[in-house]
Design a protein around this ligand. Structure first.
Ligand code: PHE
Length: 445
C-alpha cells in the first residue's frame, strides 16, 4: 500500500485541490457578471447544501473503499454490483479539464513575466496583450503548457505523500500569506467599502435562472466535485481521520478564499473606476491595466497576485491527475511512472489541440457546430459531466448503499440528526435540484 496522507496533509491537499483558478479567477468574474450580492448568497446556499453533501459523500466512498474512483463505487454498493464501476467515468472529465487548466496556468506564468518586464498602460494595450497571447502566440502557450505538465509529472511521480502532500505543505501557506497581504492592502483603499457593498448587499433584480445555474456549476467546480478527486484523496486519508469534519473545513476554506479574492479584486477594480462585468478578461485584462497604472508598486502587487493564482492553480492541477493515475495503477497493475506518463501525455496533446482551437490560424479547423474545441471541452465537462456524476453519486449513496452501515459510519462522527439531514439531501433534494437545473440548461424545460 502506498504511503497515506497525514491528517493535516489530507486537509491541505483537499483544500489545495478546491482552492484554484475557480476561486481567484472564475468566482470574481462570475459574481461580477451576475450582479454581486444576490449571486453570492445563492452561491453560499449551493455550497452549503449541494456542494457539501456531495463532498461528504465522495469522501465517504473514498475513505470506506480505500480504492480508486471506479472500483470505489462497486466496493461500497450494497450488492457489490460491478456496473457501478461505470460511475468512474468521471475521472475522464478530470483529464479533459486538466488539459485546458494546464495551459491557463501557462497564461498565468506569462503574466508573471509581463508583471516583471512591464505592464500595459492603456486599455487597448491590455486587451491586445491578452488577445494576442490567445490568438497568435501559439509557441509561447505551448512552451508554458509544457512547463506546467512537466511540473505535474514531477509531482505526480512522487505520489500522494511525498509529492502532493509536500507540495501543498509549501504552497498553501504561501498562498495564504499573499492573499492576506493583498487583502490588507485593499483595506487601505477607499474603494474597499464599495467592494464589500457590491459583494454582500443583494440586488435581486439581477438574478435569473442562469445565475442560479452558474452558482451551482461554480459550487461543483470550486469544490473539485464530480471528478473522482475527493474519492481518490480520501482513499489515502489517515484511518482515524474524521471525514465529515474535514469536508466542512475544506468547504469553509474554499469559500473564504473565494470571498477574499472577490473583495480584493473588486476593491482594485473600483479604485480605478473599472467595471465589474468584464467576464473572463477581468483578471487578465482589467487587473493588469490597473496594476500598470500604479507604477513599480503595481508591478510588485501584480507579481504577488499572479503568484497566488499560480500556486492555487498548481495544487489543483496535481489533484486532477491523481484519480486517473490511481485508476490505471490499480486496474492495469501499471507502475506509477507508466500511469503518470500515459495520463499526462494524453492530456498534454489534448491541451495543445484545445489551445490551437482558439488561435487565428487553426481556429476554424477546430470549430464544430459553432463552438471551438476548447469551448466544447469546457461545456461538456463543467455543464454536462460534472452535474451528471454529482447526480449519480447522490442516487448511489441515497439508494444503493447499505443504509445501516452508512448510519453507523456517520454517527460515529456526527449526531443522528446531522446524518438524517444529509440523507434527505442526497436522496431527494440534491438530485432533484441537479436534474431540474440540468434539464433547464439543456433547454428541455
Ligand atoms: N477546484 C478547482 C478550482 O476551483 C478546480 C478544479 C476543478 C480542480 C476540478 C480539480 C478539479 O479552481
Amino acid at each position: 500500500m502506498a504511503p497515506r496522507f497525514s491528517r493535516l496533509g489530507f486537509i491541505l491537499a483537499a483544500a489545495g485541490s478546491a482552492v484554484g483558478l475557480g476561486n481567484i479567477w472564475k468566482f470574481p468574474y462570475v459574481t461580477g457578471e451576475n450582479g454581486g450580492g444576490a449571486f453570492v448568497i445563492i452561491y453560499l446556499i449551493a455550497i452549503a447544501f449541494i456542494g457539501l453533501s456531495i463532498f461528504i459523500g465522495e469522501s465517504y466512498i473514498g475513505k470506506e473503499s480505500r480504492t480508486n474512483a471506479a472500483a470505489g463505487y462497486q466496493e461500497i454498493s450494497a450488492t457489490k454490483n460491478k456496473h457501478w464501476r461505470w460511475a468512474g467515468f468521471q475521472i475522464f472529465a478530470g483529464i479533459i479539464i486538466l488539459s485546458f487548466y494546464a495551459f491557463i496556468i501557462g497564461w498565468i506564468i506569462n503574466y508573471i513575466l509581463i508583471s516583471i518586464s512591464g505592464l500595459p498602460t492603456t486599455i487597448k494595450e491590455a486587451e491586445d496583450t491578452f488577445t494576442n497571447l490567445i490568438t497568435h502566440e501559439i509557441g509561447t502557450q505551448i512552451l508554458f503548457h509544457t512547463l506546467v505538465v512537466a511540473t505535474m509529472i514531477f509531482i505526480g511521480l512522487k505520489g500522494v505523500k511525498n509529492g502532493i502532500e509536500k507540495l501543498n505543505l509549501i504552497l498553501m501557506p504561501l498562498l495564504a500569506i499573499i492573499l492576506l497581504g493583498l487583502l490588507m492592502y485593499s483595506f487601505t483603499l477607499d474603494s474597499f467599502g464599495k467592494a464589500i457593498e457590491f459583494m454582500f448587499m443583494p440586488d435581486w433584480s439581477k438574478i435569473s435562472i442562469d445565475s442560479v445555474l452558474a452558482a451551482v456549476g461554480q459550487a461543483f467546480f470550486t469544490l473539485s466535485l464530480g471528478m473522482g478527486i475527493i474519492i481518490t484523496y480520501s482513499a489515502s486519508m489517515a484511518k482515524d481521520a474524521n471525514f465529515i469534519k474535514s469536508s466542512v473545513f475544506v468547504a469553509i476554506v474554499d469559500t473564504s478564499v473565494a470571498l477574499i479574492a472577490g473583495v480584493i479584486i473588486f476593491s482594485f477594480l473600483f479604485a480605478a473606476g473599472a467595471k465589474s462585468t468584464a467576464g473572463p478578461g477581468l483578471v487578465f485584462i482589467s487587473l493588469p491595466l490597473i496594476f500598470g497604472g500604479w507604477g513599480v508598486f503595481g508591478q510588485i502587487i501584480a507579481i504577488a497576485f499572479f503568484c497566488a493564482l499560480l500556486f492555487a492553480g498548481i495544487t489543483s492541477a496535481v489533484s486532477l491527475l491523481e484519480p486517473t493515475v490511481m485508476y490505471l495503477i490499480e486496474k492495469f497493475k501499471m507502475t506509477r511512472v507508466k500511469a503518470t506518463f500515459i495520463t499526462s501525455g494524453f492530456l498534454y496533446i489534448l491541451g495543445i489541440f484545445a489551445l490551437l482551437s482558439m488561435s487565428e490560424d487553426y481556429g476554424t479547423m477546430l470549430t464544430f457546430f459553432g463552438k471551438n474545441l476548447f469551448d466544447w471541452m469546457d461545456y461538456l465537462t463543467s455543464s454536462v459531466a460534472l452535474p451528471i456524476s454529482g447526480f449519480v453519486t447522490c442516487i448511489f449513496l441515497g439508494y444503493f448503499v447499505d443504509k445501516n452501515e452508512l448510519r453507523t459510519k456517520f454517527t460515529s462522527q456526527v449526531s443522528v440528526t446531522v446524518f438524517n439531514i444529509w440523507l434527505v439531501l442526497v436522496r431527494y433534494i440534491v438530485p432533484v435540484a441537479i436534474a431540474l437545473l440540468f434539464l433547464n440548461k439543456l433547454e428541455v424545460i
